[in-house]
Design a protein around this ligand. Structure first.
Ligand code: SF4
Length: 298
């Protein structure tokens, strides 16, 4: 059982009366030769690492290696409940989770690339929140993980998940799409609704450039993971409302890929364009790298 597009995935679901996670599991069984028990154990381990990276991020105000992240996730988490915010506590908590993973990553902690390090906060954040608020067992989380994986696999086969190739829309966009599909599954949505949610996720940030300050996966990356959480939850809710994507998932992925291919090199992780090219960002870059041992000529 294999699939290379959203349409093939939906056809398999329909033909065999399976959910997306079951088709993905069958594909994994066939492709890897491993048992279901082994695959589930691997996913369970990945989930543990994901949730641990959230805890690690929230545990300290220590600066990141590049110095641009200073424990903003912990600050947000600790100030939940204060009246100064617009968004409800639960939503802000999930944003804090996503940013915590990015801080863990930027402090050289262990994360699960989902699908990349720069977008590694969104899926763990929404899964941890779903686990807590819906009292989910491990089986349901594994199903969500496989659902997210199926979306990521299609994108890997037809486009790119790399900011260096397709801009931030490819990284944050894919993580958001994977997360939105997983959330739809967790609420009992069907396969078509999962892919509709994934389509919405890309549509909402299509064209987003990759412009990390000083070339570090710190800013604006951490905040974009926070935004990805909001986008994923909104897209999931719209799909659960049975709002349909007028443009099918496969065409949305093609569109995202085409936009990425036409992006100037300056907008693809080179730190030559976008926010990275601002005077302030250039000043930070100069300060960071002019002080290295290498640049001192030692
Ligand atoms: S700005 Fe670039 S490095 Fe940062 S999250 Fe987006 S794609 Fe990744």
């Amino acid at each position: 059982m294999n699939f290379f597009s959203g349409k093939q995935l939906l056809d398999l679901c329909k033909e065999h009366e399976l959910e997306i996670w079951q088709v993905m599991l069958n594909r994994e069984l066939e492709a890897s030769g491993r048992t279901e028990k082994e695959i589930f154990a691997d996913i369970e381990h990945s989930l543990e690492v994901m949730f641990h990276s959230i805890d690690q991020g929230l545990a300290t105000y220590d600066r990141s290696l590049g110095g641009l992240l200073t424990g903003q996730s912990k600050k947000l988490y600790e100030e939940l409940g204060e009246e100064k915010f617009y968004l409800p506590d639960r939503t802000l908590k999930v944003v804090a989770y996503a940013m915590a993973v990015m801080e863990c990553n930027a402090r050289m902690g262990v994360i699960v690339a989902a699908p990349t390090a720069g977008s590694s906060g969104i899926l763990p954040a929404v899964l941890k929140d779903a686990k807590e608020t819906m009292n989910l067992d491990t089986q349901k989380l594994i199903e969500a993980f496989l659902t997210a994986g199926a979306v990521g696999l299609i994108v890997m086969q037809n486009a790119s998940v790399s900011g260096a190739q397709g801009g931030c829309q490819a990284e944050i966009g894919t993580s958001t799409a994977m997360s939105a599909a997983a959330l739809v599954h967790l609420k009992g949505g069907n396969a078509r609704q999962c892919l509709d949610a994934a389509s919405f996720a890309y549509k909402n940030i299509m064209g987003l450039v990759c412009d990390p300050i000083a070339g570090l996966v710190e800013l604006p990356c951490a905040k974009r993971n926070g935004l990805g959480v909001l986008n994923a939850m909104l897209c999931a809710d719209l799909a659960l409302l049975d709002v349909r994507s007028v443009v099918p998932f496969d065409e949305v992925v093609d569109a995202m890929n085409n936009v990425g291919n036409t992006m100037p090199v300056a907008m693809r992780e080179t730190a030559l364009g976008g926010l990275a090219a601002t005077p302030t960002a250039k000043g930070i870059e100069h300060e960071l790298f002019s002080n290295t041992e290498l640049n001192k000529g030692r």
